[in-house]
Design a binder for this molecule. Structure first.
Ligand SMILES: [Zn+2]
Length: 84
């Protein structure tokens, strides 16, 4: 399992039941379990980076610094130039 978001969800109690429990601290999930669980959750996908998140608005505000509507593009220098 390599999804940091999933690890965060585990901590916040959003994760599915683990497939394996080693001792009482190590919980392991099969990737297929995570996939199925993600599909069963109605998580929205970020239109910018495709990340699955509980709150796209919150994700975008933090990760993408959503541009404010109605303002001219002045912050283009801080973004990688990929505009055609
Ligand atoms: Zn994103």
């Amino acid at each position: 399992m390599s999804d940091p978001a999933a690890i965060r969800w585990v901590r916040t109690g959003r994760a599915p039941e683990p497939d394996f429990v080693l001792g009482d601290a190590h919980k392991l999930w099969l990737e297929s379990t995570i996939r199925r669980w993600l599909d069963s959750c109605d998580l929205a996908s970020c239109p910018d980076c495709g990340a699955r998140c509980v709150s796209v608005n919150r994700h975008r505000a933090g990760a993408h610094k959503a541009r404010r509507p109605g303002r001219p593009e002045q912050d283009s220098s801080s973004r990688p130039t990929s505009t055609s």
